[in-house]
Design a protein around this ligand. Structure first.
Ligand SMILES: CCCCCCCC(=O)SCCNC(=O)CCNC(=O)[C@H](O)C(C)(C)COP(=O)(O)OP(=O)(O)OC[C@H]1O[C@@H](n2cnc3c(N)ncnc32)[C@H](O)[C@@H]1OP(=O)(O)O
Length: 215
């Protein structure tokens, strides 16, 4: 049986290709560091031309957000696994036979925290998002209200990180999920999350309107 992808299906054309190219750009900048100083003026000028070319296509923010949420299927703009989001690590999560999620990702220097290792905030984002998707796959679209995370071992930059996440149950309007990040057999991060259902009245009211309407 073919495995089911729980995150967006990557494409090698269009906005996905632009996002991938931008990730390569960010990786190159972080690896080169100050070695590009002498060429910086020309690089900035080239990048500004590209930015202006792209910006010419951008609608205003509420319209863009509305368009994003009209897209069917897994979020293509998510911060972890969003194939259209250049800031998103290239995470794909697959549904295991027991309904839990499993995926792999390799992160570069842009995600560094302590020397040579992944930033804890990045690990927390991977966990938060994977736990949220595990809930959604179980039929419970929900937002995080609590995330309990333990950093047990540092994750080296460039290592293959295995992401595991599972939905653990529902208690009224709250749902729970848990997961971990592993490198090989080593469990580096564990997390448990408490989420509140999106269709709970207070949550629905909070997230119904677009940011500009809430200001
Ligand atoms: C498929 C895509 C998946 C995407 C996953 C994305 C995950 C995210 O990053 S979501 C973004 C981050 N989260 C947010 O922005 C939510 C911010 N919070 C809120 O807006 C509000 O708390 C809201 C609207 C959800 C609920 O508000 P309100 O009704 O006042 O309830 P609130 O006081 O916050 O608490 C709700 C419940 O959670 C419990 N709770 C609150 N904090 C915690 C915590 N840290 N740990 C455990 N439980 C908690 C409360 O005790 C309460 O429980 P009960 O229903 O039994 O009384």
């Amino acid at each position: 049986m073919e495995a089911t992808l729980a995150t967006a299906q990557p494409r090698d054309t269009g906005i996905d290709a632009v996002a991938s190219a931008t990730r390569r750009l960010v990786d190159a900048i972080t690896r080169a560091g100050g070695a590009i100083d002498a060429d910086a003026d020309r690089i900035v000028a080239d990048l500004d031309v590209l930015t202006a070319r792209i910006d010419a296509h951008a609608p205003d923010l509420p319209e863009r957000i509305a368009t994003m949420w009209r897209q069917p299927g897994p979020g293509r703009f998510d911060p972890a696994g969003g194939t259209e989001n250049p800031l998103s690590p290239p995470v794909s999560l697959w549904v295991e036979p027991d309904g839990s999620l499993r995926g792999e990702v390799t992160l570069g220097l842009a995600f560094q925290g302590p020397p040579g290792h992944i930033h804890g905030g990045t690990s927390a984002m991977l966990m938060d998002h994977a736990l949220g998707i595990a809930n959604a796959r179980a039929g419970y679209a929900a937002v995080t209200v609590g995330l309990d995370i333990s950093f047990r071992a540092a994750i080296p930059i460039g290592s293959t990180i295995t992401i595991l996440a599972r939905h653990d149950g529902r208690d009224g309007r709250k749902v729970r999920s848990s997961g971990e990040l592993r490198v090989g057999d080593l469990t580096c991060v564990t997390a448990t999350g408490t989420f509140v259902l999106m269709d709970d009245p207070s949550t629905r009211e909070k997230f119904r309107r677009l940011p500009r309407e809430q200001a």
